[in-house]
Every structure is written in C-alpha cells, then in structure tokens.
Design a protein around this ligand. Sequence first.
Ligand code: FAD
Length: 423
Amino acid sequence: MSGPARPPADGAHADVCVVGGGPAGLTLALLMLRSGARVTLVERGRSLERAYRGEILQPGGQALLDALGVLEGARRRGCYEHDGFRLEERGRTLVDGDYRQLPAPYNCLLSLAQRHLLTDLLERCLAHPRFTCLTGTKVNGLVEEGGVVRGVVCGGGADGRVVRADCVVGADGRYSTVRRLAGIPYDRIELFDQDVLWCRITAPATRTVRVFRAGGNPVLAYTSFPDRVQLGWTLPHQGYQPLARRGFAHVKGLILAAVPEYADEVDQQVRSFGDVSLLDVFAGSARRWARDGLLLIGDSAHTHGPIGAQGINLAIQDAVAAHPVLCEGLRRRDLSARFLNAVAARRRPETARATRVQAMQSRMMLSTGRVSAVVRPKAAMLVSRTPAYRSVLRRIAYGDRALRVRSDLFQSDLLQEGGPAPG
Ligand SMILES: Cc1cc2nc3c(=O)[nH]c(=O)nc-3n(C[C@H](O)[C@H](O)[C@H](O)COP(=O)(O)OP(=O)(O)OC[C@H]3O[C@@H](n4cnc5c(N)ncnc54)[C@H](O)[C@@H]3O)c2cc1C
C-alpha cells in the first residue's frame, strides 16, 4: 500500500480493528477515525494495485463517497463516466439503462479504478493520529476470551503480533479468513450459470457498460481508465478447467469468436493464460454477521456476482450503516452480538434484494439455449419498458436511499465516557 505504514506501539489497544483494506474496510476506518476512534487497519496486501476488481461504481456509492469528501480526489486520479448500461444482441439494443435520466450529479456509472478510490481513502485515514496501518500483514487468528473476540493475531512465528481491540471488523472479502476463524457458517449459493474470464485490452473508449452477444458467449465490456477496455467473457459455471486443458489457443479462439469488434486487439494483446483472469461467480451469505466483539461487513458478510455492479456500492453502504452502531456500541461499551446485530438487521434485506435482482439480470442477459435465444430478446425488450423495471433500475443505481453518512457523529469526544450521545 502506498503511504507510511505506522506500526502500533507494543500492547496498543484499538477501539476498532478493521481487517481488510478494500472499499468496505477503508470506508469504515475513515468514518470511525472521524468520530474519534482509535482504528487499526490490517491488510495483507502491500499495494493497492488490483488488476481484476470491481471498477463500476453506482450513483448510490458515489453520493456516499462524496459526502465523505473522497469522491473528487478519487475522480481526479482518473476515472471514466459511462452514460448507462446496454444489453445488445447482434448489434440490436434490447435494454438501454440510461443513467443520464437520473438526477445530476450522480447520473452516470463511474469506472473508477479501485486503487484510486482506496488510495484516496487511505491517505485520509493516514492523516489521523489515531490511525494505525499494518500493511503486508495477514490475520490468521482471533484473540478470544470467554467466547468474546478481543483482537486478532497477525503473521506467524517470530513475526506474529497481536492487535487487541474492543471490536474486530472482518472486511476481508469473499473468502474471509475472519469469518472462518469466527466459526460463522457461510452459505455459498450457486445462483449463476456463468463464470467470467477477464482480460484487458487497449482499445477506443465506449460510453456505456455493455453486455453483448455477437455470436459466441455473452461478453461484459466497459472502458477502464485511462485507455483500456475490460472484457469479461462468460463461460459455463465451473467449466473453465476442461476448456483450459485444451490449451490457450482453444480458449482464445472462443473469446475471439465472441468479440469480433475487438478481434485485432485481443489477438495482439491477449497472448497467454497470464493475460486472463477467471472469476468464479457465486452468491453467498454469512449466517450471522456478528459475534460478541466481532462484526462482518462487505463481501465477507454477503457476496455477489459482477452483473449489475453491486459489490462496491453494498460494501460502502455497509460501512456507512455500521458507523453509528459502532459509535454507540463503543460509547456504551456494548459490542455484544446482540447490539451489533443492528447492522445486519438494516443491511440484510438490501443485500438479499440485490442478490435476487442479480439472478434476474443474469437470466435476462446471459441465459443460453435454443428456447431462451428466441424468448430472451422479446422478454428483455418487453420487461425493460415496464414501470416495475424502471423502479428496479433505480434500486440497482442507489441501493438503500435512506442511508446517509452520519457526519453529526464526526466529533472527537463522541466516544469518550460522558461524551455526547449519538442522535
Ligand atoms: C473481477 C471482479 C469484478 C467485479 N466487478 C465489480 C464492479 O464492476 N462493480 C462492483 O460494484 N463490484 C464488482 N465486483 C465486486 C467488488 O469488487 C467487491 O464486492 C468489493 O470489492 C467488496 O469490497 P470489500 O471491501 O468487502 O472486499 P474486498 O474488496 O475483497 O477487500 C478485502 C480486502 O481484505 C484483504 N484481506 C483478505 N484476507 C485478509 C487477511 N487474512 N488479513 C488481512 N487482509 C486480508 C484483501 O487483501 C483485500 O484488500 C467485482 C469483483 C471481481 C472479483
């Protein structure tokens, strides 16, 4: 990660230890720092570079980041505005999700490299004296006392160190170690029929996020800052290994057939298995989001497919929803599962709804087979003109519209005993 990594003094105790410096973890770290908490962030990566990660940010997430004062800085590092998304079949537009009809200024799908967003968030965290940043540090154990989580164990052997905290927040992504260590069961749901093989090429910019079919399998495509197009070639779920065994030339041939308009670029720029990255697409949900002294947010609590670009939005919204609960919990010294469950109570219905909508989008956009080839275009065009679909689109764009950054809780004495009670 960029920026100085400040190690904690031996025996330092944090109010909150956030595990994972992705969108969920860094947003929460910044919110808690602004409310005067001592925050330790533990991130296993040394850098913020993330080649194949979510980049498309929905208007709801843009608005929250703006309220936090980080959107402009992240945008200045480089981004790309898309007018909306489109489902195309052999050159014909079946669904046109026009974001320019939404109220400005958040009336676009923003392609924002995660490293730009995370760099801006991290820099703001580093400006707080109560922030401790442990990068290149992997959590591999929990400190537990009488069934209550009291901290994390990082690294191993002679390098092992303990971070004690009033609350540990697992924001460590879809394969969450914290979730596993906490013994929280996770239901992986095989909701999608496709996995995605990503590659990036240098190609002229387009103004929409596209899902298109041009003969081969459906492809996701969007322009990514500064001059790249990120292509996601869909393939049958868990069907990559047999394809890969037939060699790279075979896989490349299938991709080329699916992207005739980018055939030259793919041919020249995608040269080996090292130039592609497989995304195992599944949905998932942790059965509990809290234990005494521990909270899960973001992908570690609920995982989504890439269609409809929901993961970053939901991760940021989780952090915004967790902020007042953690402030109140720290002030009252109650970080019990019972108290922390308020976060799941607020967020679970929204994340479950996002999963249902993704399943619908996936069926509408990516289904294959002879019947669906005939039915899909007509059904997609019909459905996309109904008021119900327009309301679904707004839901996709904003998520929970009532959620606000609680800037009234940005007071450095808020968490001290006798400090003002959060409203
Ligand atoms: C290829 C791809 C494309 C996607 N496209 C989109 C998109 O366009 N739009 C969208 O909204 N979403 C998209 N998503 C989903 C989106 O990236 C995630 O939903 C989002 O990043 C979740 O944020 P998070 O902070 O919860 O987790 P993550 O971003 O996964 O961050 C978790 C962090 O925890 C760290 N970590 C993990 N284990 C440990 C450990 N043991 N100790 C310390 N640190 C640890 C990781 O290094 C990582 O930095 C995509 C995902 C993928 C993989």
